[in-house]
Design a binder for this molecule. Structure first.
Ligand SMILES: Nc1ncnc2c1ncn2[C@@H]1O[C@H](COP(=O)(O)OP(=O)(O)OP(=O)(O)O)[C@@H](O)[C@H]1O
Length: 235
């Protein structure tokens, strides 16, 4: 593994189904992501973006090939080891937020820390600080139903950070948001990037692609482009 790389895949494959309906959703992906890089992954519907993200985050197992995150071999771990490694190294942001409806904003943010065994007081302090960072200090005790879409996503981003992950993986993070809320969330990702957070963003939003350090284009399960846009920060 390259010393600077915090995420590496080798010849990664994921198949679904069986012949004659076999789908090669991810069909041989070699990727190295450096610490602090913001990577956007774009491509047409069904090209394998979400599947790739799930493989990178250990939510799905590859059919073949390797995934290393922070030096941890996700593809070779037991379920128990993988769950622990995932909690410690990866934060997820979802298009549909995936917040727990019956928990307040701060309870949603602290939950992954509690699951990871962090003491309740510490977890609450971290969650409170993160809500402040995403501009929602005044909404800590609100239930998701009382938050706007953009606010929900900012809670989702705060939650993704609570275990200080090596990498944040976001699947269409602005896909459910209106223009103003999209701007808010884009600004938030910009701040995370400036703070040195490694980010991988699957998106249809060209603005996210343009703002990334690196833009990967996917088609039919493979990378067909991997560029650093001129506007992107030099790594
Ligand atoms: N659980 C599954 N079972 C069977 N086929 C699947 C499964 N998940 C994904 N696929 C197939 O794998 C391919 C890639 O799907 P994936 O969701 O990764 O694409 P995507 O690029 O994220 O699409 P979109 O932009 O529409 O979200 C598609 O052909 C899809 O139908």
């Amino acid at each position: 593994m390259n010393e600077e790389s915090v995420l590496v895949t080798r010849s990664l494959h994921k198949d679904f189904g069986a012949a004659p309906a076999l789908v090669h959703a991810v069909n041989g992906v070699d990727l190295q992501v450096r610490r602090g890089e913001t990577v956007a992954v774009m491509g047409p519907s069904g090209c394998g973006k979400s599947t790739l993200l799930h493989l990178l985050g250990g939510l799905e197992r590859p059919s073949a090939g390797a995934v290393d995150v922070a030096g941890q071999p996700f593809d070779r771990m037991s379920e128990k080891q993988l769950a622990r490694a995932r909690r410690a190294t990866v934060g997820f942001v979802f298009q549909a937020f995936h917040l727990m409806d019956e928990l307040t904003a701060v309870e949603n943010v602290e939950l992954p820390a509690l699951v990871a065994g962090v003491a309740p007081k510490t977890a609450r302090a971290r969650a409170t600080a993160l809500l402040e960072q995403v501009g929602l200090a005044g909404r800590a005790t609100f239930l998701p139903a009382a938050l706007s879409g953009g606010q929900k996503q900012r809670v989702g981003v705060a939650r993704s950070l609570v275990n200080e992950p090596t990498v944040v993986l976001a699947d269409e993070p602005t896909g459910n948001l209106d223009t103003a809320a999209t701007e808010d969330v884009l600004r938030l990702f910009g701040r995370l990037r400036d703070a040195g957070q490694t980010l991988i963003l699957v998106t249809h939003d060209q603005r996210i692609g343009d703002a990334a350090d690196r833009l990967i284009s996917m088609r039919d399960g493979v990378f067909v482009g991997d560029t650093r846009p001129p506007a992107g920060r030099e790594a």
